[in-house]
Design a protein around this ligand. Structure first.
Ligand code: ZN
Length: 311
């Protein structure tokens, strides 16, 4: 393999959250800093958590540095900033009910940030888990009234989920990951969240701030229909979503699988098992990038990976 096509493995960044737990240690074997870690940023060039390469000629460099200075690794992608962010999320407690803006709103109101389209592959959850995706208000007036009265939680849509399910969440869709659910999240590289309801919880004696004006601005009315798709562990690649910002595949490796990487980079996160990628050992919890024009990424072993490309 040519050196310039070497797979780049990343050192994750861990983010403590009041709703986080310790499954990132117990289930993923990460060396997390406390028992309240909600997020592992596995591949990120965001200023709030910029991942460092841990192998090869770019060892020690951040992903944002590579995106600025070694653009050929990324192929034909035109985004001003590295466009994607990959997280493993452990919600011990319910997350706040929240919504994200789209690119246009974020650009105008959030210093030129990207908006946030996101999607979840359910890694694990308790029996009868439900996620919150969308609401039942019929008009903007009804939505705003519910928000002002602090009652939006009474009209939210719940969707049952199980391990292996996949959910796409567009900007403007009110949502929450509930307690006890672990997901692999593929999202635009954005850290903008507007909280609309937080269960009136107190943290260190205080409620967290809400962003009601922004929520009223960006929540879609009526809610788009959201479907939960399920993907069994079938050997090979299965396309879970192909949208305007990314495409995401589940890759199950039982026999050898060959993933072609041509004119754009591709991100990989191993979420189960172990094996190898182009001869390099890979295990659950590893995140890596195949630079554009890597050609074949040959996956061997017994493992499941979530892989994505940007639009
Ligand atoms: Zn979100």
């Amino acid at each position: 393999m040519e050196k310039e096509n070497e797979l780049l493995f990343f050192e994750p960044v861990f983010v403590e959250r009041i709703w986080g737990g310790k499954k990132l240690r117990d289930c993923f074997n990460y060396d997390i800093p406390s028992d309240h870690v909600g997020e592992c940023w596995g591949i990120s060039a965001h200023e709030n958590g910029d991942c460092v390469v841990k192998n090869g000629e770019f060892k020690g460099k951040t992903l944002s540095y590579l995106y600025e200075n070694e653009r050929k690794l990324f192929g034909n992608v035109t985004s001003k900033v590295f466009p994607l962010l990959i997280k493993v999320i452990d919600t011990k407690e319910d997350c706040s009910i929240q919504v994200h803006p789209d690119d246009a709103y974020a650009k105008e109101h959030e210093n030129g940030s990207l908006g946030k389209m996101e999607c979840w592959y359910i890694l694990d959850c308790e029996k009868d888990s439900k996620l919150i995706v969308g609401h039942k208000a019929k008009t903007k007036e009804e939505l705003c009234k519910l928000i002002d009265e602090g009652k939006l939680h009474e009209l939210l849509r719940e969707v049952p989920v199980k391990k292996g399910d996949f959910v796409q969440v567009d900007p403007g869709t009110v949502h929450a990951i509930t307690g006890g659910v672990m997901v692999l999240e593929t999202q635009q590289s954005s850290d903008i969240t507007y909280r609309v309801y937080d269960y009136d919880r107190l943290f260190n004696g205080k409620k967290r701030s809400l962003h009601l004006k922004e929520c009223k601005d960006v929540i879609t009315v009526p809610s788009d229909d959201v479907s939960v798709k399920h993907f069994d562990d079938v050997c090979g690649a299965q396309r879970m979503i192909d949208c305007s910002k990314y495409s995401v595949d589940k890759v199950t490796v039982k026999e050898d699988v060959d993933i072609k990487v041509t004119d754009s980079f591709r991100l990989f996160s191993c979420v189960e098992g172990e094996g190898s990628a182009n001869g390099v050992k890979v295990k659950k919890g590893d995140h890596f990038m195949a630079p554009a024009n890597t050609g074949s990424v040959i996956l061997k072993g017994d493992m499941i990976l979530i892989t994505s490309t940007a639009k």
